[in-house]
Design a binder for this molecule. Structure first.
Ligand SMILES: C[S@@+](CC[C@H](N)C(=O)[O-])C[C@H]1O[C@@H](n2cnc3c(N)ncnc32)[C@H](O)[C@@H]1O
Length: 373
């Protein structure tokens, strides 16, 4: 067995940290959402739960978050949502190990929801999962796909899960292997994966690992269309060695929260997490100013036409930025007299208020318009 498969490395810890932050936010939001009574959680490559060095894997992270939210909601008199979990791994010994950890650490009680273990090939499980998500009423689903390689994953599987309009998908891809292969020539397994997204002759060249991830992200965005949001969280271990979490959703607020978790982990770059090696040269180290500049550059073209606060909220998220970043940039542009704000409801907009958040997006998406002067 490869060492990386039995020991949890720092990059995996960052992966589970993001997973942990996100799942907590996700369950918290759903506990407060009217009309949601159940969450279906699928960890399709669940692994063994706890690694030889004590590192906790995804099933443990999920179960702890579920337990936490249950007792917190109970104490706070909040609605209690059921979370039905499916933990799948091709290897029976791994799910057996997870089962025994769950028992010994008392991580689960039936009143949290169902707990099922499966040992099937992920590809075979997908159609049944799509069916279950589609049929289930008053529910949402979260699907975690965390494979060693990439040969089993298909963009069409992800699309079919997203098309239920009730699911969010987190996909961890060991993109450093893909990139290495791409430079040498695309191997058959990768060809099938990429051809699902883009015709082979249209696949752009990727001079660096980051370019490769950007190309893959754009390809996913084009493939899935405007109804879905896609973003990445890059974990770089070494120069040009990248792992990447891809996040997919049809729900704009879910996306907003994912970006919040991502920026929380790396508030400086927001682009991902860099392996802590101060001596290693990195290919990118954009400062926060550089990042926010990127949004400013976007606004300087996007706001040539008047745009409503709702449109700006949506466009900001599509760019991978948080509403707070948009407000920061807009305040900067206003200070330089580069934008004008027009009220659309007859009320004078408050100075410095741009109404760019999910609440306004739902209730008053056309409250104001902003345009370059
Ligand atoms: C990267 S590990 C999962 C790690 C786990 N999510 C965690 O956080 O600890 C990938 C797992 O997928 C399992 N696996 C490999 N091919 C599979 C397939 N086709 N279907 C389901 N599981 C598979 C492996 O046994 C392995 O445990």
């Amino acid at each position: 067995m490869k060492d990386s498969q039995s020991t949890m490395y720092e990059h995996s810890e960052v992966k589970v940290r993001l997973l942990n932050l996100y799942i907590q936010k996700y369950l918290n939001i759903l506990s407060r959402a009217a009309g949601i009574e159940k969450v279906h959680l699928y960890d399709l490559f669940c692994g063994e739960g706890i690694y030889e060095n004590g590192g906790e894997g995804s099933p443990i992270i999920f179960l702890k978050a579920i337990k936490d939210i249950y007792y917190r909601n109970q104490a706070g008199g909040q609605k209690l949502i059921q979370v039905d979990c499916v933990f799948n791994d091709l290897e029976t010994w791994k799910t057996e190990k997870v089962k025994s950890i769950v028992e010994s650490k008392k991580l689960h009680y039936p009143f949290f929801g169902d707990l099922r273990f499966l040992n099937v090939d992920y590809a075979e499980a997908v159609p049944g999962i799509v069916n279950q998500i589609s049929k289930s009423k008053k529910s949402k689903a979260f699907v975690f796909i965390d494979l060693y390689g990439y040969k089993d994953v298909r963009a069409s599987q992800i699309r079919s899960i997203l098309q239920t309009k009730k699911a969010e998908v987190l996909l961890f891809l060991p993109t450093q292997f893909m990139f290495r292969f791409e430079r040498k020539g695309i191997p058959t397994a990768l060809q099938a994966f990429i051809e699902d997204l883009v015709p082979k002759d249209k696949w752009p060249n990727s001079p660096t690992g980051i370019d490769f991830i950007e190309n893959l992200k754009s390809a996913f965005r084009n493939y899935l269309g405007d109804d879905f949001f896609v973003d990445t969280f890059i974990i770089s271990r070494d120069v040009n060695q990248y792992f990447c979490l891809f996040f997919f959703t049809s729900h704009i607020y879910g996306f907003d929260k994912m970006l919040e978790a991502k920026w929380e982990i790396d508030s400086e770059q927001g682009r991902g997490w860099t392996y802590k090696n101060p001596d290693a040269p990195t290919l990118f180290s954009p400062s926060k100013a550089d990042k926010v500049n990127k949004l400013e550059i976007f606004f300087l073209s996007y706001l040539k036409e008047p745009r409503s606060n709702g449109e700006i909220y949506q466009a900001t998220l599509h760019q991978g930025f948080r509403p707070t970043h948009a407000v920061e940039v807009l305040k900067g542009l206003a200070a330089q007299n580069k934008i004008i704000v027009t009220s659309n409801d007859g009320q004078k907009p408050r100075k410095g208020s741009y109404y760019i958040n999910y609440g306004e997006y739902c209730d008053r998406p056309k409250r104001i318009s902003i345009q370059l002067t």
